[in-house]
Design a protein around this ligand. Sequence first.
Ligand SMILES: C[S@@+](CC[C@H](N)C(=O)[O-])C[C@H]1O[C@@H](n2cnc3c(N)ncnc32)[C@H](O)[C@@H]1O
Length: 278
Amino acid sequence: MPSRPPSPPLTGSRPVGAWDESDAARRVREMFARIAPRYDLLNHVLSFGLDVVWRRRAAHRFRHILGQPGARVLDLCCGTGDLALALAQRARSERRQVHTGASAALMVCVDFARPMLVRARKKVASDRRGTPTSAEPFAFCFLEADALGLPFPEGSFDLVTAAFGFRNLANYGQGAREIARVLRPGGELGLLEFAEPAGWTAPLCRFYVRRLLPRIGGAVSGDPGAYHYLPASVASFLAPEAVTRLLTASGFVDVRVELWACGLVAFYAARKASSAGG
Ligand SMILES: C[S@@+](CC[C@H](N)C(=O)[O-])C[C@H]1O[C@@H](n2cnc3c(N)ncnc32)[C@H](O)[C@@H]1O
């Protein structure tokens, strides 16, 4: 077999066997496309239902934006749409309190795995069934696109979010720069990601994530590789301090990190600098 030319070290996710960034992205996309039918079930089972709480809590952190009439929100790596729905739910209650009758805001959901997007679209449609359009805080739009090359002009959004997606990007630096590009100056970023557990519960959490979770996930999804990839991608992802440095270097200010669930989940919030001085 001809040997492949050496490639520069990856600065992003690298599923086993991937030899460069585009191959890594292809493998990630195909893996999520394969597990899409069981994705929600496994999320809820493997997190003991806490994933719902994490997304809801993240949405609550951005209530000042979600309550604004005409807010433009981009949910990157949207998967089956659960974070977008949590944001919409938050917006509904904010608007009831603050801006009744305000004009609809825009929620753009982006993912590069089509089966995920198909499910997101269906879920949003069934969530809205029976609600008059005028009472909906968001006009939803679904787009199959790569987070590393977004088809939006500079400064298009007030808020960009990504739940458990950033870790999967084949190039973290490019991902952060692309998010900064599509945010307006002063716009905000919210990332939810897994992290390596810390503290006295860390050995137990590690045992669960590295030993039990891949077995349960593999058995239920029928795709053992995908649920071995999960702990491996968490272990090789950037530590919260490195994410903070990356965001700062990419033009963000006021970077904040909250660690939830014994440090297993990290919530990052940041603001795109308004000017050269921040
Ligand atoms: C772990 S899922 C998270 C889905 C959802 N945000 C949630 O909270 O459940 C990661 C998603 O990121 C998507 N993804 C990964 N890399 C991507 C990229 N470069 N561009 C667009 N989507 C990407 C995958 O297709 C997958 O649907």
